[in-house]
Design a protein around this ligand. Sequence first.
Ligand SMILES: [Zn+2]
Length: 490
Amino acid sequence: MNGYARGQPIVGNLSCGYDSRFVLGLAAPLRKRILKRYSAGYRLFYGACALLVLGAGVSFGLGQSRGPDPVRLDGPVGPKLIVLVFFDQMRGDFLSRWQDAFVKNGFRRLMEQGAWFRNCHYPYAATVTAAGHASVSTGCTPSVHGIVGNEWYDREARTRVGCVASGRWDRVPAFNKTGSADRKHEPQASPERLLTDTFADALREASGGQSRVISLSLTGRAATLPAGKRPDACYWFDTADGRFVTSSYYRDAPHSWVAEYNGSRRADNWFSVRWERFRPELDYGRYSGPDDVPGEGTGYKQGRTFPHPMDAGEQEPGPHYYGVLCNSPYGNEMLLELADRAITAEGLGQGPGSDFLSISFSANDYIGHCWGPDSQEAFDVTLRSDEIMRRLLDTLDLRIGTQRYIVAVTADHGVCPLPEVARSQGKDSGRVDLNRLKGRAEAFLKETLGAPAPGHRWLEAQAEDWLYLDIATIQKQRLTDKEVQDVLDG
Ligand SMILES: [Zn+2]
């Protein structure tokens, strides 16, 4: 999944454009029903869940800063539109670290006029994309909502499974033409492994189905998990052919505004450009670090330093170019265009209920994995994310009305420095070879607990960062789980 050292401390962040107390005070009946549904039986955790904090008010003393008086929503109705924005891997400290480079009406508008929770943490070990999106969207931890990783090992099925991948559903629109035959039966996304309802599900139920739910992202998991079980629209970007797609779990044909967007081939728009610094007048080295440091990746023939070519060395747009698009800030810009179309075409915020729109910008994560969080590329995409927020807020002001919507911004997880960068700063740091780790763990267990029966091993599988003990071997050796655990702890 990535080349980063594990076990990093994660700092989530959350900002609210408007003080939810007023919204919720005015939408009291709806709030009560949502909270009842949303929190029943869950161990509510603090901070990490953007929408939960919105729902519960902001009186927990979480270290948020309080700016000028928040905008009040007056009138008998609640917000017309609730917008949840993820910037994937945008670590909490980026906002304060780089705030003096932000424009006035982007992140700073949220930081100064909203509630800014600076000390939020995800209270679980595997802070990966799917777990983060599911936790924010459901208000509970992976042990409850079931999304324990981007993928994991299913002991019953004896295979690795993706968090939203399902062989039961087809891509919509279907693959066409040559080269796609073998992809026709690839698993497609659905929320079937998500064990609990999401905020969006509760909102729909509480409004008697009047609230509409739309979720968009570059990746399937980041679109699917916030959307919940019954969204009106759920789309993500397929790098195979550069289209926004959904699956037959949701519907049999794309919405016309998605089909039109795909038909316009906007995804091909950035093929001939180069990714240059967004604010060349700024001293990027002062804000982040040198442009070229050991440990940085090169993406799809994108190189380690600015400017980054976008064409992936291809003659025309193809899967590698669409991969480059996601591994550049332009993927986020494309997604914003689609979100803009969704707001207009679906008339979000104009219906009888409170509508819900989730937008998860994934390019920050791709870029952070490739060049590292202290890179000029990470700084650049954060500046461009600030600009995206400015444009999004402008759009919402215009289409919905300044006092008629709520925006919550968060990240699904943070990131640790490149090990090479940390080492250059004198820290004890390195990369873990998971295959080597697995081999050493098997050898250690064999040495400590004895050789398993012929044909058996102590470790049954590996998925993401996790090693799975073979339960059958443990039983065959007449050991208890506790005895094995003690050995591993020791
Ligand atoms: Zn992520």
